[in-house]
Design a protein around this ligand. Structure first.
Ligand SMILES: Cc1cc2nc3c(=O)[nH]c(=O)nc-3n(C[C@H](O)[C@H](O)[C@H](O)COP(=O)(O)OP(=O)(O)OC[C@H]3O[C@@H](n4cnc5c(N)ncnc54)[C@H](O)[C@@H]3O)c2cc1C
Length: 539
């Protein structure tokens, strides 16, 4: 399993990086235009990533104008009024269409209600993604499993023209030369232990920023989700039916799944918190079992009836998986401003549809589908316009791959880098209860870690796994710095971003914060709905 000097080289019109819902919908959309498509996944496309392991509620709303208006209003205030109606309308339309396609052409077995109507507001991850893999293969897409992309390939003009990666199973490296690339590698959950999120180390955003793309909404990347203590299964929506308790059985006042999560976090700093799903009536209980059977697996295994018996809970950080930050989208086709580069799913910002509030529970799944289909289609169209002589390509990656220190010496081990990052991003004290002082201290530490990454982090060996691990450590460090740089700059409380030292919403900060750069991070306030930034602020 060591890398070889002569990589396998493949050619395609479109390369899709990542094979979760966003990547598979992108691949289908690109293939539908007649483009040749390669899809590379870090794990096994169909069983890797946040959806495949769990299941998702979907923002599936029929065309009735009142239903649509209600759906759009549902998170607008929670998201600090940063979502855009143009994007919400597009996502609702496209999701309605694609879920219909999943039911008919994909033959997804949606459960039925008492009147025999399909309940299309959720999917079970394993079944959904199994079908998506089959559909992608049937569409003629070449799927490279266990083949993480480690860097993009760029031509002399800066156009993204493919990517290089490693083969985890059989060893060696590979490259795909392509007319356009869709990044759909999911978000960054900082290895917090959430089910399915182990591969979600934010690789796509690092690749995009190295190529020159910007980010947006990074201050809203601190979603913590509720899970039974000692397990990895987060399903916050179901905790709407919960009562949260102290160890002595008395009610924990103010605790809740939507607005009361910080009460739970505050209590967890001092004591265990328990919960019982006693507010679900018989019909809801049946619907919950039917909708997300995997939610009950840990309870069934432990012999606990969650509807009647209190069980301890914890909160796990889900970063940009259920937070809303990601690569800034510059066009309706999910382009990024970098020629040849498109983004989809959790790799892209979801600020456009969720504002500053989590996209979990429905919006993220809808965004993954719709942005995937737009990005795949956009990438295929871009590739079609690129004709002529094949350009000379240069590798576009650095951090974790090619340290820039003057003298090669023993650098940090990737596991030390990850531990240093986690020490600063996982604690509720720093990332949930945010203060200027706390954020600045954490950021200063992360800046030091980044300097080490830049100058000295290199793969521990030439094995494909070690190359990947070093790159993942670099991506997580970069994410942590982008997240805290934006959080420090937003001196108010809005959406999920709560500043203890600035507890109120400041109408003057009703803007997006665009983040650029790796070594030197720049923050640019940008009006909501406006695609051009105003004056840049350098951190
Ligand atoms: C437990 C849980 C429950 C959730 N429930 C809901 C819900 O009810 N409703 C909702 O809207 N959202 C929900 N979410 C969020 C939702 O799962 C994500 O928004 C969705 O999976 C995003 O799809 P994606 O394709 O962008 O990313 P993912 O599904 O994470 O897929 C990313 C893929 O990229 C691959 N990859 C990563 N790095 C690389 C690389 N370097 N090279 C190649 N491939 C790579 C991974 O292996 C993976 O296959 C939930 C999340 C979790 C964790």
């Amino acid at each position: 399993m060591t890398t070889t000097p002569d990589p396998d080289t493949l050619r395609a019109d479109v390369l899709v990086v990542g094979g979760g819902p966003a990547g598979t919908w992108a691949a289908l959309a690109a293939a539908a235009t007649g483009a040749t498509v390669v899809l590379a996944d870090k794990g096994h496309c169909g069983s890797s990533g946040a959806t495949a392991a769990a299941g998702t509620g979907i923002w599936y709303v029929g065309p009735d104008p009142e239903d649509r208006a209600r759906a759009k209003a549902s998170r607008e205030a929670l998201g600090g009024h940063l979502a855009e109606h143009h994007w919400m309308d597009r996502v609702l339309d496209r999701t309605y269409e694609l879920v219909g396609d999943l039911a008919t052409r994909g033959r997804y077995p949606f459960p039925r209600d008492g009147d025999g109507r399909e309940i299309r507001t959720g999917v079970q991850g394993p079944e959904y993604m199994r079908r998506m893999r089959t559909r992608v293969l049937r569409a003629g897409v070449r799927v490279l499993d266990h083949s993480p992309v480690t860097e993009l390939l760029v031509d002399a003009e800066g156009s993204v023209s493919g990517a290089a990666g490693v083969r985890l199973r059989r060893g060696g490296t590979y490259r795909v030369e392509a007319g356009a690339v869709v990044l759909a590698t999911g978000g960054c959950a900082f290895r917090s232990g959430t089910l399915g999120c182990h591969p979600n180390t934010g690789d796509g955003a690092l690749l995009a920023v190295e190529a020159g793309a910007g980010l947006s909404g990074m201050e809203f990347s601190n979603a913590y989700a509720i899970a039974p203590a000692g397990t990895s299964l987060t399903k916050t929506a179901y905790y709407t039916y919960a009562t949260f308790l102290h160890a002595d059985g008395t009610v924990l006042d103010g605790a809740g799944s939507t607005r009361g999560r910080s009460t739970i976090a505050r209590a967890l700093l001092d004591e265990p918190v328990y919960c019982v799903l006693d507010r679900a009536d018989d019909d809801v209980r049946t619907a919950m079992r039917l909708g997300q059977p995997n939610f009950f697996l840990p309870f069934d295994r432990l012999g606990i009836d969650p509807f009647t018996e209190p069980f301890p809970v914890t909160l796990l950080l889900e970063g940009t998986v259920r937070g809303t930050g990601g690569v800034h989208v510059t066009g309706d086709d999910c382009s990024t401003g970098v020629p040849g580069l498109y983004v989809a799913g959790d790799t892209a910002t979801r600020e456009l549809v969720c504002g500053g509030f989590t996209g979990g529970g429905s919006h993220n799944a809808a965004w993954a589908m719709s942005s995937g289909s737009w990005a795949g289609d956009g990438a295929a169209r871009h590739a079609r316009c690129r004709t002529g002589v094949r350009p000379v390509l240069r590798p576009g990656g650095d951090a974790g791959l090619r340290p820039g220190g003057a003298r090669p010496g023993p650098g940090p081990h990737e596991s030390e880098v990850v531990a240093e990052v986690q020490r600063r991003v996982l604690p509720y004290e720093t990332n949930l209860f945010r203060t200027g002082i706390g954020l600045a201290a954490a950021l200063a530490g992360l800046d030091d870690v980044w300097t080490q990454v830049r100058t000295a982090l290199r793969p521990a060996s030439h094995s494909a796994r070690d190359v990947l691990r070093a790159r993942e450590a670099a991506a997580m460090t970069a994410h942590a710095r982008w997240m805290y740089s934006a959080a420090l700059a937003r001196t108010e409380s809005r959406g999920m971003h709560r500043r203890t030292d600035h507890p109120d919403l400041d109408p003057a900060q009703h803007h997006r914060l665009r983040v650029h750069g790796l070594d030197r991070i720049t923050l640019t306030p940008s009006p909501v709905g406006d695609r051009e930034p105003t004056t840049a602020v350098v951190r």
